[in-house]
Design a protein around this ligand. Structure first.
Ligand code: 5GP
Length: 225
């Protein structure tokens, strides 16, 4: 009866540092690795012990990053807490055209730039359960200096106020619940009427009318079609 667009969905996920978005995204990828693809960003920030080059990020120098900006390599890029982060253009359209959902994990400025380019994308904000919990998670990570943690906290504090620019917000107090909620949002997104490409009726109205008129099972003569 309906044919839906076969294109994948561009899913933009933002969250302040310490909200656990990495774990949520890993859960989404694990649930459906065949039909989902996470874009690997390029950054100039120093590598952390749990980073895997080419998997968590592509790490480049400031000069290399700036050269790539000039070459138009990025769909969007930003300077966040003193380092460059950018989403490479490559693969995004190709994956979407193949029906694969593309996940972009970007901060709010990046999300706002993507919204200008792709207004129909799905924008999800992951929120930490509380500011105290967010600071606790930042400290526990043990990867940043006190100064960096403070800077990240102040940036995150500002970011939380930007939540209304997104389509959905998910509070990450329990990881499994947060993943379930994002799954439900993605599922609902696929059913939106603006994803319908064609509505087709394989039987004409007259054919159904005839069928009903000839139907001997109708006992109530009052039924008028
Ligand atoms: P982190 O240093 O904690 O890995 O990332 C810092 C922030 O940069 C996070 O909010 C993350 O979502 C964001 N980020 C990562 N990659 C990109 C990107 O390609 N573009 C933009 N705009 N932000 C990004």
């Amino acid at each position: 009866m309906i044919r839906q667009k076969s294109k994948g969905t561009l899913i933009v996920i933002s969250a302040p540092s310490g909200s656990g978005k990495g774990t949520v995204i890993n859960g989404l990828l694990k649930n459906d690795s065949k039909n989902r693809w996470l874009s690997v960003s390029t950054t100039t920030r120093p590598m952390r012990s749990n980073d895997i080059p080419g998997v968590t990020y592509n790490f480049v120098s400031k000069e290399e990053f700036e050269k790539k900006i000039e070459e138009g390599y990025f769909l969007e890029y930003t300077n966040y807490v003193g380092n460059y982060y950018g989403t490479p253009r490559e693969f995004i359209s190709e994956k979407l055209n193949k029906g694969i959902d593309v996940i972009l994990e970007v901060e709010i400025e990046g999300a706002s730039n993507i919204k200008k380019l792709v207004p129909e994308a799905l924008f999800i904000f992951i929120m930490p359960p509380s500011l105290q919990e967010m600071v606790k998670r930042l400290k526990k990570r043990g990867t940043d200096s006190k100064e960096k943690i403070l800077e990240r906290f102040h940036t995150a504090y500002k970011e939380v106020n930007e939540v209304t620019k997104y389509n959905y917000v998910v509070v990450n107090d329990k990881i499994e619940d947060a993943i379930d909620k994002v799954e439900a949002i993605i599922k609902a997104e696929k059913c939106r009427v603006d994803r319908i490409e064609e509505v087709f009726l394989n039987t004409t109205e007259e054919e159904i009318h005839e069928l009903l008129m000839d139907d001997k099972e109708f006992v109530n003569e009052d039924i008028v079609i």
